[in-house]
Design a binder for this molecule. Structure first.
Ligand code: HDE
Length: 756
């Protein structure tokens, strides 16, 4: 059957796809629903974990594939047709009355083509418009049935297909990837009891506490409405005007101004569910939970100067990085962790777990690893999958539930609502990327673009004509946790929400000196761009409440005196449990020491030490890093040993910011040539200034030094990120270089004393 199906155009497959029932439908309501939940059914088609399979994934294998097969179109060896399937004989010329005569209205082929084109665009997402996505799977480590009956956590080794979209928040669809912003981290789990969307961010808290303020926040951050500037940047008056009047945003701001706001890669950032959710066990007992994603490649960021330059050199930097890593088999992996705690524990905390501007420090509740996610396949079509995927904070499955976080409440409404205008009606769940792997049966009918052909005359419940089907699942279905609620109808907040600074201070205290310096720099940059002095002053008055040294640093950067602190909303904030949490530093998760898919430049010109250059390239390839021979122009250069090296890219096409590290391989003649080319010297200088690892071989030293590279720190200690090797066999120095690349950045240079 599969061979037959493969040989047929996709639309002829329909009968095969629906099986006997479709090819020979019986009358009325007598058709057996092919639902595995019904006893005796032999159909396993909808079991998500079976689709995901077991064992190491084959390259390019996509567990979600099968469910999308029915809509995949491959036009190889097919003739061109209209949308109605009519073969088209001429795709070059419209139909005219004579070769020089007017075009004819009857040209349905031209009209169909233009009409379709005219309607190709859909509205972009109101936030998170710019994003990139990938398919993969989630694998559970151990059964979690003690805490939750969610089917994806039922067995160790169980796999559930996922589709994950990463995004920036405030930029438009065509904006640059490397802007300073939070990043969306949205995961759609196609579980066998329906879709669960964990729509998170790379920052564990949010700007605001109540959904009521979301439109205000977004209006303030987006380009200003009169002239639509600036694009994808919070460095403007309306954002800081709003923020400086919203002290609750102080904690999130600390994260956003830290290097978390400019990640190196989607593969190298954490994800967080942000809100407190609930796990609900079979016996109805519930615990609170916070979700964490941890990248196995570690958490790494860009330098701000680098991020700015990348926006020009490659606005698709993160999209490309994700795509290329998956294409070359370096599958991004993240571990899912849970902080599980009881209501009683939550009551005792100094903060309110329903307040999305607060974290639960890991020192209070450890993050328990529960499974891992592997992204192993790129989408086939950006629009059909990445653009049309609709995540929704309301999509949860049996075994999970919401908390009463007032920010979450608004999200439960907003996500479905936005799809109605973005995707054009109530049937967006039928768009293939959105449709669950589990079957759907209900009496919802019709509406724009309906795909399902619901059979029979019954579309109501209770019914007798349909044998009562589809019937309620009862206890097997989703049941909300029986949370006792009471109280007056009020608008307002609980008392602990009024402490806006304690956790902002905790974050600041937990940063290393270099991270602190970067935070000060980011505030300075953003507030320097602000034109209204009163807004700068208000921000400084808020920062005084976070930490004096922070406020002083920013004030000095702005050339302003430090104003008195902004009065606090509460005079008696609860005493925090901890003052420092090392887990909040970006350097707390350096990764697994690997350098897979990191990009390394090897500089070449005629006369280069070819043997060494090739050996470094081969050594890096063994680590699955991507090295490139960078030259002044394409073509070949001749090595000092007489051998040729093919230049992969030029300094012009791939400037320094596109590489994680550089190798200066030596060869007197080559080094002299390169030293006379301005962009080459600038390339090396930037690598050094951005604190990247530099491997200098033999005579490469003179070129490195002429670009300002120093082999030692001012203290005389060696710079661990600058390696100078004189010997013959470069394999000796490679492990050290790999280690330096895995460490990502060598900020010793930056702080010792500020010299780059
Ligand atoms: Fe969203 N958010 N959001 N958000 N959000 C959207 O939904 C919204 C919030 C997040 O890749 C929109 O389909 C409200 C927190 C991600 O497609 C919209 C509030 C967090 C994505 C929406 C929040 C997020 C969105 C726009 C406050 C982190 C991209 C298009 C009450 C936990 C998903 C869309 C994707 C997208 C509303 C706050 C994460 C308008 C009302 C907090 C990752 O519905």
């Amino acid at each position: 059957t599969q061979e037959l199906a493969a040989a047929m155009p996709y639309n002829l497959n329909k009968a095969l796809e629906h099986g006997e029932i479709a090819s020979c439908p019986e009358k009325g309501q007598t058709i057996e629903p092919s639902d595995p939940a019904i006893a005796g059914s032999t159909l396993t088609e909808t079991i998500a974990s079976e689709k995901a399979g077991a064992g190491d994934p084959r390259p390019g294998f996509n567990p979600g594939n099968e469910s999308l097969d029915r809509v995949r179109v491959d036009s190889s060896e097919r003739i061109l047709t209209t949308n109605q399937g009519v073969p088209v004989s001429d795709n070059q010329n419209s139909l005219k009355a004579g070769y020089r005569g007017p075009a004819l209205l009857e040209d349905f082929i031209l009209r169909e083509k233009l009409t379709h084109f005219d309607h190709e665009r859909i509205p972009e997402r109101v936030v998170h418009a710019r994003g990139s996505a990938a398919h993969g799977y989630f694998e559970c480590y151990e059964p979690l049935s003690k805490y939750t009956r969610a089917s994806l956590f039922a067995e160790g080794g169980k796999r559930t297909p996922v589709f994950v979209r990463f995004s920036t928040v405030f930029g438009e669809r065509g904006s640059a990837d490397t802007v300073r912003d939070a990043r969306g981290f949205a995961v759609k789990f196609y579980t066998d009891e329906g879709n669960w969307d964990l729509v998170g961010n790379n920052i564990p808290v949010f700007f605001i506490q109540d959904a009521m303020k979301f439109p205000d926040l977004v209006h303030a951050a987006k380009p200003e409405p009169h002239f639509a500037m600036p694009q994808a940047s919070t460095a403007h008056d309306t954002f800081w005007d709003f923020i400086s009047l919203m002290p609750e945003s102080m904690h999130m701001l600390m994260w956003a101004m830290s290097d978390r706001g400019i990640p190196r890669s989607y593969r190298m950032m954490q994800g967080f569910g942000v809100h407190t959710f609930r796990l609900v066990a079979e016996d109805g007992k519930s615990q609170f939970v916070k979700f964490h994603w941890r990248p196995l490649a570690g958490t790494h960021s860009l330098d701000w100067d680098e991020a700015v330059k990348l926006a020009g050199a490659d606005p698709d930097f993160h999209r490309r990085d994700l795509w290329e890593a998956i294409e070359c088999g370096v599958y991004p992996e993240y571990e899912l962790g849970m902080q599980i705690f009881s209501e009683a524990q939550a009551e005792a905390f100094s903060f309110d777990v329903l307040d999305a501007t607060k974290i639960v420090p890991e020192e209070l509740v450890a993050v328990q690893p529960v499974g891992k996610m592997v992204l192993n396949r790129n989408p086939d079509n950006f629009f059909a999958e990445t653009e049309q995927v609709a995540f929704c904070a309301a999509h949860i499955v049996p075994g999970l539930d919401f908390s009463s976080d007032p920010l979450l409440a608004g999200r439960i409404h907003s996500y479905v609502d936005t799809q109605l205008s973005r995707l054009g009606g109530p049937n967006f769940h039928e768009i293939p990327i959105n449709s669950p792997v589990a079957q759907t049966h209900n009496n919802q009918r019709d509406g724009m673009h309906r795909q399902a052909i619901n059979r029979g005359r019954v579309a109501y419940e209770p019914n007798s004509l349909g044998g009562g089907c589809p019937f309620q699942a009862g206890a097997a279905g989703f049941t909300s946790f029986r949370e006792p609620v009471g109280g007056d109808k009020v608008r307002g907040k609980a008392e602990r929400f009024a402490d806006h600074y304690t956790q902002a201070t905790l974050f600041w205290n937990s940063q290393t000196p270099v991270e602190k310096a970067h935070i000060v720099r980011a505030f300075r940059f953003e507030l320097t761009r602000v034109q209204t002095p009163a807004i700068r002053e208000r921000m400084l008055a808020l920062l005084v409440n976070v930490a004096n040294d922070l406020a002083e640093g920013v004030a000095a950067g702005l050339g302003m005196p430090l104003p008195p602190a902004q009065p606090r909303a509460t005079q008696n904030p609860a005493v925090p449990e901890i003052d420092v949490s090392p887990a909040l530093s970006l350097f707390a998760r350096p990764g697994n020491g690997g350098i897979r898919a990191r990009r390394i430049a090897i500089l070449v010109a005629d006369g280069v030490e070819g043997v060494a250059a090739r050996a470094v390239s081969a050594g890096l390839a063994r680590e699955e890093a991507v090295s490139r021979f960078v030259g002044v122009r394409l073509g070949r250069v001749q090595g000092a040993d007489g051998g040729n090296i093919e230049v992969d890219v030029t300094f012009e096409a791939m400037p320094s910011v596109l590489f994680d590290a550089v190798v200066i391989p030596g060869g007197e003649q080559a080094m002299t040539t390169l030293g006379n080319v301005g962009p080459v010297v600038e390339f090396i200088r930037e690598q050094y200034r951005h604190c990247k690892p530099i491997l200098v071989l033999g005579a490469g030293k003179s070129l490195a030094e002429s670009a300002g590279v120093k082999l030692t720190l001012s203290s005389g200690e060696p710079d661990p990120g600058v390696l100078h090797f004189q010997g013959e066999n470069v394999d000796v120095v490679l492990p050290q270089f790999v280690e330096a690349i895995a460490a990502h950045r060598h900020f010793e240079r930056e702080l010792d004393p500020p010299r780059v």
